[in-house]
Design a protein around this ligand. Structure first.
Ligand SMILES: O=C(O)c1ccccc1N[C@@H]1O[C@H](COP(=O)(O)O)[C@@H](O)[C@H]1O
Length: 499
């Protein structure tokens, strides 16, 4: 088989010469000089700080697949990626082989894309770096296997002088000496550019050979959130995904679905430790204070008989401030708590308050959960996390949780008491030994500030988090921030000692 990479690079050199003849380098540089004062967002910072680390790629065709999305618009898809949880966007600008163009980055910027944009092309000449800067790129891709080490070093310096970062792409261990050139980000390509065959094992193989403090990206062939979790464990910060999104009818929506799956999996694997849900919030200032503690989920009770009921009008105000206050490293999920509400009512709340999940605290059966999931999907175009709460007194109550294993994403075990929820009393946690289902669960029911030690002694393979509610309040619906903060710190200290 003819080596496709060689063919592309041969053509690229001819193409660059042609472009230079049409627009000499000094004229191009004069244009670049005019915009050099303006800054572009950093790819490295976005990857190191963001939740997902996903670099979503806009790629209309490829040499191996032909057209993937010929009708895809650069003023549409990259912005949708930004709205659906990407940390950065990669835009293919090579024309002949990938159906791209530099104008795609200009169009994406024009449509409102503020995320870092990677200029994805086969850079062999500094002329292309000027082009990248001019169209609004934050970073350029340099491929070790098509550049001599010296040539790569000098392109890297020019990119830096132009205020752009470099993602240096490696494919195998023979290229590891390029890492000394100090690129901003190091990529491991899982695609053999000669044959276009992908194998994610390549990233796992090279991970330990790269410096541990280097920002690392795994590129190509990633199609499942599970793979991202495993790649994170071996030190990857970023994940470049193109085809998996571009081949979907709606790439932005597909990314949103993928991110949601990733969030759910992160909870399941307890990758973030024991997750903390603070429930029964009703006051805007109190919500912002709780968020500053770095908790994982915020619970809002939409059950009118609860003393922690939050009205829709109050919730609108909370949501507005929540969206503005949010920074990527503090992003709790918004969970709505419902008791035997109608599906329509829940779907309306999910859409209006942009809820990430719902906690069903009544007698909702499996059929209801399935109808709810499909109604949310058709109205909101996305999935939600469904937490089914079960009231527990005995091992038999625990076993009932098994019924929901294909419909819910998580269970919540609460104490059976006089009120539907929020009774403030424990149940006997030892009955949870009877739970051997596959869903993760949140432990709930009267957890208070004096429970930290017992909680850390309690272990169960499916324990994913704890719920803090009535025993952390100054009055119903108002959380005691000092008490919550001391408890969360105590849990962290005890946990670190345990590890
Ligand atoms: O807290 C409430 O008022 C409430 C009302 C209706 C349904 C659920 C409710 N709260 C949930 O109850 C559990 C246990 O809370 P507590 O620790 O015993 O106060 C918790 O999961 C809340 O989400």
């Amino acid at each position: 088989m003819k080596d496709i990479l060689n063919e592309i690079v041969e053509y690229k050199r001819i193409e660059v010469d042609r472009m230079k003849a049409l627009r000499p380098q000094r004229l191009l540089y004069a244009d670049v000089e005019r915009i050099l004062d303006g800054e572009v967002p950093s790819l490295k910072t976005a990857l190191m700080q963001s939740d997902t680390g996903i670099i979503a790629e806009f790629k209309r065709r490829s040499p191996s697949k032909g057209w993937i999305k010929e009708e895809g618009l650069a003023c549409d898809i990259p912005l949708e990626y930004q709205r659906n949880g990407a940390s950065a966007v990669s835009i293919l600008t090579d024309g002949k082989f990938f159906g791209g163009d530099d104008s795609f980055i200009t169009e994406a910027r024009g449509s409102g894309v503020t995320l870092p944009v990677l200029y994805k092309n086969f850079v062999v000449d500094e002329y292309q770096l000027f082009q990248a800067r001019l169209c609004g790129a934050s970073a350029v891709l340099l491929i070790a296997s098509v550049l001599g080490r010296k040539e790569c070093g000098s392109l890297l310096s020019v990119a830096h002088e132009l205020g752009m970062e470099v993602l240096l792409e490696l494919h195998d261990e023979h290229e590891l000496d390029y890492v000394d050139l100090m690129p901003d980000v190091c990529g491991v390509n899982n695609r053999n550019l000669g044959t276009f065959v992908t194998d994610v094992e390549n990233s796992f193989r090279l991970a330990s050979m790269l410096p541990s403090d280097m920002c690392k990206v795994s590129e190509s062939g990633i199609s499942s959130p599970d793979t991202i979790l495993s790649l994170r464990q071996v030190g990857f910060n970023g994940f470049l995904i193109g085809e998996c999104f571009m081949k979907a009818e709606n790439p932005g929506r597909e990314l949103g679905r993928f991110v949601h799956e990733l969030e759910k999996l992160s909870y399941k694997s307890s990758e973030r430790g024991l997750n903390i849900k603070v429930c029964g919030l009703t006051d805007l200032g109190n919500v912002l204070d709780v968020m500053s503690l770095g908790v994982d989920m915020l619970g809002f009770i939409f059950y009118k008989d609860s003393p922690r009921y939050v009205s829709p009008e109050r919730m609108d105000i909370i949501c507005m401030a929540f969206d503005q206050a949010i920074s990527s490293d503090v992003k709790p999920l918004k969970i709505g708590v419902f008791v035997d509400s109608a599906v329509d009512e829940i779907v309306t709340a999910v859409a209006r308050f942009r809820l990430d999940g719902v906690q069903l605290h009544g007698h909702e059966d499996v059929g209801m959960l399935d109808s709810l999931r499909s109604a949310v999907s058709s109205v909101c175009g996305r999935d939600i996390t469904i937490i089914k709460a079960l009231c527990i007194t005995s091992r038999a109550d625990v076993k009932a949780g098994m019924d929901y294993c294909d419909s819910a994403d998580m269970l919540l075990f609460d104490t059976r008491g006089k009120a539907v929820g929020g009774n403030g009393i424990h149940f006997d946690w030892s009955v949870l030994e009877a739970y051997d289902g596959k869903l993760p669960f949140i432990l709930s029911g009267g957890i208070g500030h004096d429970d930290a030690k017992d909680l850390l002694r309690f272990s169960h393979p499916r324990l994913a988090g704890i719920d803090l509610n009535s025993r952390f309040e100054t009055s119903p619906g108002i959380k005691n921030i000092g008490m919550l903060s001391r408890f969360i710190n105590e849990m962290r200290v005890l946990r670190n000692k345990q590890q």
